[in-house]
Design a protein around this ligand. Structure first.
Ligand code: NBG
Length: 890
């Protein structure tokens, strides 16, 4: 089906609802388009507007304020009969089916659409309320939102899981099967995109007025197939069937200009008229974000390039059919695909145009909403905080300046003050290959006005630095936003830094490192206070309550209610149960059940049968050299060698282990793809070796995704987070594993360090060199041959003896270590890695000790809830407050 298949209108059963108009709240009407006003404003929204509610200084409504109380009666009734009605209504009216004639796919869609009705109703109420009270909002700009599935998440948030289970049961379906019908919304690569999804979830659950902004890619993260051991990419056509979790907003559409030339404004030296010759329309799709334990519903607004207006009737009439749709094709391509790069930047022109479409539409939308408050533009920072999720949305900085100066007539100084008070920037990596830089000629061609503004930003910034540090030319060269290379490049991280009032890293060690490396000079110039740390977090809704129902039931029992789902500090009560034998047993039974569920998942996805009684040793994440999956598979090879040396009796005494890998490699990343091939080749040999049997199994689960993670993470005994120290900014799956009672085997890197501090070092297996030692080792290895220890040498030898197929295939991986300077220090860390594995085995054999570690870890992990991260951002960066809609009388 085409991407227009999402255009299903929502209908709420009339008998159960009073006056609401889902999805057409006045918060979303762009002022620039007065013609659409009449069309979309109706009901209470129109009433509010006509009464001038939005334009005068708003007062906070109280419980006695009748206007809001009206809505309390309009919540759709929650009883099973009403739910059934609404599901049947969608079946018949939206999908032209009858209950007697449906399959599970249609049952899913009808149920999902009926859930969406409820969400949209709350969505409207939330936004109207936040408008009414004049709440300051945060806008989280991210080119990636790795949402995964929504149905189960929404049912849990609305507290309607049992009801839907009953309704579906009555028509012969099992809720779990229906949940499985949903496709992941995979609009992201990995940690960065999933973090954005967790953050909007936390904003909704903690009642912060906040929206995510992103792009609605027609094709999300590619699907990974494994053929003959190699990764093969297939497109992710996730919009082939209707998507219940978005609401198309043709009424919210903005023009976005590209190319063209500038005409100087005779009145002002800083003002230009940009005469562009290419204009695309960006149309909004709203994705409601269910709040758990609150009626607040958040929003992610995704832009899609609208193509309808680009049909050239003249060309069509003259018989040029291809030419007639040429514009449509070009426009569509802009939001067609997600760039599948994690921690790398591709520097392609199409990507730059995607970034600008995103930034321009978002800034126009934020300003349209702001204008309705009738406040002067200088108040923008009091009404809007904008967070740049990495450098991808940085063009929003010059775009806001352009609008303020060229369109609104503000002076440079006024515009600059507003801009820097509005933006804040999060850095997520220091890997050089991930640093975005755009060639000046490319930027100048596509966005001539922005290039000029960037030059001005740079000039004014360098002028202030020159005043502060007169004559320090080297300093000016180092910090210039324009890199003096050939061609010149715009350093986006510097632009984001200069344009923001706060810059943060994502874990303590990472925030320190950026202050000592890429932003060292900026700290000197702009002061320490601007550079802060906000350690990442993950949503307990998805990553505990939803994905691990059995453990969650135990937590609810301990806490006495479900309040821990929104307040993880309550988990410390688990410590009281540490010596309760019955509880410990049930704790372990929950883990065991999750392992059985994963064993089944492995069987269906790979055909490999594994024993759920073995130790489950998991490394799932993007495949990247710095994450060192290669080191892991070398250790597996060495283990295989050791097992082969043993007698059958000795072997049976060994701890049984299933080593589980999953993860995608960027399509152009050859080394990462060879690592996948090596893992699969090793797996094939070991799994087929009858002498080894269940003592060692190796599994590569294809097509890692949010949904796959929800199966895998709750089932781990040990999970590996083994990046070279100083390279993994934070990591977030490490948090998810421990929150599900798993133990970490990891390096002293990213958030592993803070997890260790919280849960206690006895609960975590650390190994490897430290971040401050890395440079010296790298220097040594640049000029000296590495000396692999006997274990690593054994792994090399086995590969080179063709044990896992043609050795030539894998020689480049060995060469990268032996001849390429071993940049990721595998030869340095391997001995301590093998030691750490031994320590894990010993600890696992002591079952009691292991269960204690597992319970204590969960009890002490509250810091890693994304609710804590969001609260810190809200208080220290955004200056926003929780605004629960409950306060207004619902
Ligand atoms: C990634 C880091 C991870 C981190 C996530 C979320 C990028 C550019 N960075 O360590 O590699 O957990 O961001 O902050 O994707």
């Amino acid at each position: 089906m085409s991407q227009n298949s999402g255009y299903f209108s929502s209908t709420i059963p009339l008998n159960t609802v009073k006056a609401t108009t889902p999805g057409v709240h006045d918060a979303d009407v762009p002022v620039a388009r007065p013609t659409s006003l009449k069309r979309v404003l109706s009901g209470p929204a129109l009433k509010t507007m006509l009464a001038g509610g939005a334009s005068s200084q708003p007062k906070t409504p109280t419980r006695d304020d009748g206007e809001f109380r009206d809505y309390s009666h309009s919540e759709i009734s929650r009883d099973v009969a009403t739910i059934k009605n609404s599901v049947v209504m969608h079946l018949t009216a939206t999908f032209l089916r009858t209950p007697a004639n449906i399959d599970s796919g249609q049952a899913y869609l009808a149920s999902a659409f009926s859930v969406r009705d409820r969400l949209l109703q709350r969505w409207n109420l939330t936004n109207e309320y936040h408008d009414k009270i004049g709440a300051k909002r945060v806008y989280y700009m991210s080119l990636e939102f790795l949402i995964g599935r929504t149905f189960d998440n929404a049912l849990l948030a609305l507290g309607l899981r049992e009801e839907y289970s009953k309704v579906l049961g009555d028509v012969g379906f099992c809720l779990e099967d229906i949940i499985d019908e949903e496709r992941d919304a995979a609009l992201g690569n990995g940690g960065l995109g999933r973090l954005a999804a967790c953050y909007v979830d936390s904003m909704a659950c903690s009642n912060y007025p906040g929206w995510g902004y992103g792009l609605r890619y027609k094709y999300g993260m590619f699907q990974q197939q494994i053929l003959n051991g190699y990764q093969v990419e297939a497109p992710d056509c996730w919009l082939d069937s209707p998507n219940p979790w978005e609401f198309p907003r043709p009424d919210v559409t903005y023009p976005v200009k590209f190319y063209g030339h500038l005409v100087r404004d005779p009145q002002s030296e800083h003002r230009f008229k940009w005469e562009s010759n290419v204009v695309y329309d960006a149309m909004a799709f709203d994705v409601p974000v269910p709040g758990y334990g609150t009626t607040n519903v958040g929003n992610i607004r995704l832009w899609s390039c609208k193509t309808n207006t680009l049909f050239d009737l003249n060309k069509f009439n003259s018989g040029d059919y291809q030419g007639a749709t040429g514009g449509q094709v070009a426009a569509q391509i802009l939001t067609d695909v997600l760039y599948p790069n994690d921690n790398t930047s591709e520097g392609k022109e199409l990507r730059l145009r995607q970034e600008y479409l995103f930034c321009s539409a978002t800034m126009q939308d934020i300003l349209a909403r702001f204008r309705k408050t009738n406040r002067p533009l200088s108040d923008l920072p009091d009404m809007a905080a904008i967070q740049l999720n990495d450098t991808h949305p940085t063009l929003a900085v010059p775009e806001l300046l352009r609008i303020l100066i060229d369109d609104e007539g503000l002076s440079w100084d006024e515009a600059w003050e507003i801009t820097t008070r509005t933006f804040a920037f999060t850095n997520h990596t220091i890997l050089p290959e991930a640093m975005e830089k755009w060639p000046v000629p490319m930027l100048d061609k596509i966005l001539p006005r922005h290039m000029g503004i960037i030059y001005d930003i740079n000039l004014f910034f360098l002028q202030t630095v020159e005043k502060q540090f007169p004559g320090d030319r080297e300093l000016l060269r180092k910090i210039s936003i324009i890199e003096e290379s050939n061609p010149q490049q715009v350093r986006m991280a510097f632009l984001a830094c200069v344009g923001s009032h706060k810059v943060n890293g994502v874990a303590a060690i990472h925030s320190d490192i950026i202050k000592q490396t890429i932003f060292k000079d900026f700290v000197r110039i702009q002061g320490e206070a601007k550079f802060i740390n906000k350690t990442n977090g993950v949503s307990p809704r998805r990553w505990m309550n939803e994905c691990n129902p059995d453990m969650s039931a135990l937590l609810t029992e301990v806490v006495g209610d479900r309040s821990w789902v929104n307040d993880l500090t309550k988990l410390n009560q688990l410590e009281d149960r540490i010596s309760d034998a019955g509880f410990r047993e049930r704790w372990w039974a929950a883990k065991q059940k999750n392992k059985e569920r994963l064993a089944e998942y492995i069987l269906t996805t790979t055909g490999i049968k594994v024993s759920a009684h073995a130790l489950f040793d998991v490394q799932v994440k993007r495949i990247h050299e710095y994450k060192r999956q290669l080191m892991n598979i070398f250790s597996v090879i060495y283990r295989y060698y050791q097992l082969k040396q043993m007698s059958p009796e000795q072997r049976e005494q060994e701890l049984h282990r299933v080593v589980i890998f999953a993860g995608k490699a960027a399509s152009g990343y050859w080394v990462a793809k060879q690592v996948i091939k090596l893992i699969n080749s090793v797996a094939e040999v070991i799994n087929a070796d009858d002498e080894i049997g269940d003592v060692l199994k190796v599994v590569f689960i294809p097509d890692y995704s949010v949904t796959a993670a929800e199966y895998i993470i709750p089932a781990s005994d040990i999970s590996q987070h083994i990046s070279t120290a100083g390279t993994e900014a934070s990591g977030t799956s490490n948090m998810k594993f421990v929150l599900n009672g798993g133990i970490i085997l990891g390096t002293v890197d990213g958030a592993n360090i803070e997890i260790g501090e919280e849960v206690g070092e006895e609960q975590i297996f650390f190994f490897g060199c430290l971040a401050h030692e890395v440079e010296d080792f790298r220097h040594y290895l640049r000029f000296n041959q590495p000396k692999p220890d006997a274990a690593l040498q054994t792994a090399f030898d086995m590969i080179q003896r063709n044990t896992f197929g043609d050795a030539q295939l894998f020689q480049p991986l060995i060469d990268a270590i032996m001849r390429g300077g071993d940049v990721y220090l595998l030869s340095v860390d391997f001995p301590s890695y093998i030691q750490a594995h031994k320590a894990v085995e010993e600890a696992y054999r002591n079952h009691d000790e292991w269960v204690t570690k597992s319970i204590l870890s969960v009890a002490r992990m509250s810091k890693f809830s994304s609710d804590r991260s969001i609260q810190e951002y809200a208080e220290e960066v955004w200056n926003i407050e929780p605004q629960p809609v409950l306060n207004c009388g619902l």
